[in-house]
Ligand binder design. Structure first.
Ligand code: NZQ
Ligand code: ZN
Length: 383
């Protein structure tokens, strides 16, 4: 196991009816900006629950955060925060709303051009405090210090991380996910599964706690994920998926182990240039990364295949191939496409897709050996 330092300060309030706890979590006297997306919270009753819980607070609203949140929209919120002298941000939504809120929290206090936070790794000294009411379990953003923001004008999608943007609290009520469209449910299952993979499917460093924990999460996500579309109002399925997704990226399983994240980073361009949902990009790319890197990842691929999908076989090669196939089959079972051509993307498009990697000189993966040329080969395998 590698050395590590770990602190996750997010207070989690989990379970039915937990939105009513808001009034005890937001500090008394706060001037709150409630930030949300395109309005799903008004249809499913979450909005009313939040407003009711915060009735003793001075609350202003900012809505219209897009899926894959736009820098341009976040900057409008920053203006409002400054004008209204907001002291506390409340994200009510999925990963996009939470990420946008983290960026708004940091950008408000940032001296200089806030885009530098994303494009140049600008240091965040300070951020406004923020809390979360989660409405979609997928990203783990509710319990981590990361965010991903897109700039429409330049077709860029970039991430940042800072301890200053850890939420102060996260309210996780599995019942709020009943209203999710099937596509978002499936996206959440696939995204959270791949978060585990990014931290597990590298090479062994004899980190037993992390490995067993990661395998428990993957088994949970696969077992419950296979049931959820047929049983959308089953509380236990939703609760297990929600808590698994949070644990998949609250950085606990990634301590002391090598991490990959190449599928995620390669996927940004697919969203920025072709508008694929975040999880859709991953379902296409991950099987390619597994196949291309099968020698480097062999031990973990075989172990994952056996533990999570019950794969058996005679030879190493057979075990590896069957494990990769089982992974792709799971994504297809969830209803996601796994080929670029299914989204109308052709060989002709690949240069543009790897151009951001080329410009930024990214070398991805646990060995840092996936540059833009290798990325192109991996994408080529996924046409
Ligand atoms: O806009 P609203 O009305 O909120 O509707 C959303 C949106 O259309 C809808 N939705 C959310 N909760 C709902 C609901 N509809 C009905 N009922 C509910 N309870 O679902 C749609 C998608 O929401 P979004 O927040 O975009 O989805 P997700 O949670 O998958 O977030 C994706 C974003 O997170 C980033 C992705 O790159 C992407 O931008 N990620 C953030 C990470 C992090 N901060 O750690 C890690 C991830 O790997 C990921 O990169
Ligand atoms: Zn993800």
């Amino acid at each position: 196991m590698n050395n590590f330092e770990f602190c996750n300060p997010v207070k989690v309030v989990f379970g039915k009816g937990s939105i009513s706890r808001l009034s005890t979590l937001v500090p008394v006297g706060s001037k709150v900006l409630m930030i949300y997306g395109g309005g799903s919270i008004k249809k499913n009753g979450i909005y009313n629950q939040v407003v009711e819980a915060l009735k003793s607070f001075n609350v202003i609203e900012f809505s219209g955060i897009e899926a894959n949140p736009h820098y341009e929209t976040c900057m409008k919120a920053v203006e409002l925060v400054r004008k209204e002298q907001i002291t506390y941000l409340l994200a009510v939504g999925g990963g996009s709303v939470i990420d946008a809120t983290k960026f708004i929290a940091a950008a408000t206090c940032y001296e200089g051009e806030p885009w530098d936070i994303l494009s140049k790794g600008g240091f965040i000294k300070q951020a406004l405090p923020l809390g979360v009411v989660l409405t979609l379990s997928a990203t783990g953003s509710e319990m981590n210090e990361r965010a991903v923001i897109s700039r429409v004008s330049t077709h860029e999608k970039l991430n940042f991380a800072s301890p200053a943007v850890f939420p102060k609290f996260a309210i996780l009520d599995p019942e709020v996910t009943y209203s999710l469209p099937e596509r978002q449910v499936a996206n959440g299952v696939v995204d959270s599964f791949i978060h585990v993979i990014e931290q597990y499917l590298t090479y062994p460093v004899n980190a037993k706690v992390q490995d067993y924990f990661a395998e428990g999460l993957m088994k949970t996500i696969v077992e419950e994920g296979r049931k959820v579309l047929q049983n959308p109002h089953d509380y236990d399925i939703r609760a297990n998926l929600m808590w698994a997704a949070t644990n998949a990226l609250n950085c606990w399983i990634g301590q002391g182990v090598p991490q990959d994240w190449s599928s995620h980073r390669m996927g940004y361009a697919l969203t920025a240039q072709f508008g694929l949902d975040h999880a859709q990009t991953l379902a296409v790319i991950l099987p390619g990364v597994m196949a291309y890197m099968h020698k480097e990842k062999q031990a973990k691929i075989i172990r994952m295949g056996e533990v999570v999908f019950g794969i058996t076989g005679e030879t190493t090669d057979e075990l590896v191939q069957k494990s990769i196939q089982a992974t792709e089959d799971f994504f297809r079972y969830m209803g996601l496409k796994t080929r670029l051509s299914e989204y109308g993307i052709k060989e002709f498009d690949l240069d543009a897709l790897v151009e951001p990697m080329k410009q930024r000189g990214w070398k991805l993966g646990e060995h840092g050996n996936i540059d833009y040329k290798v990325a192109r080969e991996i994408l080529m395998m996924r046409l």
